[in-house]
Design a binder for this molecule. Structure first.
Ligand SMILES: C[S@@+](CC[C@H](N)C(=O)[O-])C[C@H]1O[C@@H](n2cnc3c(N)ncnc32)[C@H](O)[C@@H]1O
Length: 281
């Protein structure tokens, strides 16, 4: 069991690889887009409301929109959302749910002179080069608008996390993901990503000082609900079915031993900065 959303797990890969350089994992989430959309948690309404309130208008660019989870929440809040997504399988799913999507990596995406009131990225900014990404965001954001990258940080109960780490290590001994060698708390690990995002924004310039916003919440998972979500996580998206089944069996047994369900504590963390007004530049 990863102790944090595994899409950040390339941080555990041998140095000097950065998450955004691990392209095989970065663009693997469409291997089961339907399951991804069905199982991945939504973002706190308070986060969406705060970003909308802090943006000067309703046009939103969703970087790495995936199946459109965040995009649809911003649409429901009254925004017009354009997604940019390199995985055509994710983009197709998002389009079927009513989200307009252009297929590209954000760093290479052509804005064609368009401008936005907010650039958002849910669980995706670590897959983007933090400097090139901030530069592209600065290019398309109107004065007074906002960049907001956010992630869910979660930590399953220790016994579930330990079962995942042990079985994953046994089933995939050659994996660059080493959960057993991960001593830090989830929020500490995430802080590394948040700091890299903030550093990229500062390096590019043209933004106010990046802030962090934090939203704490909980949800409970039955064994089946958690085992439904787990295959959508970075270390598992490319596992052959027999190895995946072994991992799920091991985690399932740990959840059974706890009575068949558990409560997950989530923290949704955002790093966000306002684009300077022209007069501030
Ligand atoms: C973990 S998913 C998050 C999807 C969605 N934002 C959500 O909240 O569910 C990460 C997404 O980022 C996309 N991605 C990876 N590299 C990217 C890049 N360089 N530019 C834009 N999107 C990227 C992946 O294809 C994937 O759909």
């Amino acid at each position: 069991m990863p102790t944090v959303p595994p899409e950040r797990a390339p941080l555990a890969a041998p140095e000097p690889r950065e998450p955004h350089q691990a392209r095989q994992v970065a663009e693997s989430f469409g291997s089961d887009a339907e399951r991804y959309d069905r199982t991945r948690p939504r973002y706190p309404d308070a986060l969406v409301e705060r970003i909308v309130a802090a943006s000067p208008g309703p046009s939103v660019l969703d970087v790495g929109c995936g199946t459109g989870i965040a995009a649809r929440q911003f649409q429901a809040a009254g925004c017009q959302v354009l997604g940019v997504e390199p995985d055509a399988r994710m983009a197709d799913f998002a389009r079927r749910t009513g989200v307009e999507v252009e297929v590209a990596r954000f760093e290479a995406w052509e804005s064609a002179g368009r401008a936005f009131d907010a650039v958002i990225a849910g669980q995706a900014w670590h897959w983007v080069d933090p400097v090139a990404g901030a530069a592209k965001a600065a290019q398309v954001l109107r004065p007074g608008s906002r960049l907001a990258a956010f992630w869910h940080v979660f930590e399953p109960p220790p016994v579930v996390a330990a079962a995942f780490a042990a079985v994953y290590q046994r089933v995939v001994p050659d994996s660059p993901f080493n959960f057993q060698a991960m001593p830090k708390r989830a929020l500490d690990v995430y802080q590394v990503m948040v700091t890299k995002a903030a550093d990229g924004i500062r390096e590019v310039g043209g933004f106010g000082d990046p802030e962090q916003w934090r939203f704490d919440w909980e949800r409970s998972y039955t064994r089946d609900e958690w085992l439904d979500l787990l295959p959508t996580t970075g270390p598992l998206t490319q596992l052959p079915p027999d190895r995946l089944a072994e991992v799920l069996d091991g985690v399932g047994a740990a959840i059974d031993a706890m009575g068949g369900s558990f409560t997950m504590s989530y923290t949704t963390v955002a790093v966000t900065a306002a684009r300077h007004d022209k007069r501030d530049r």
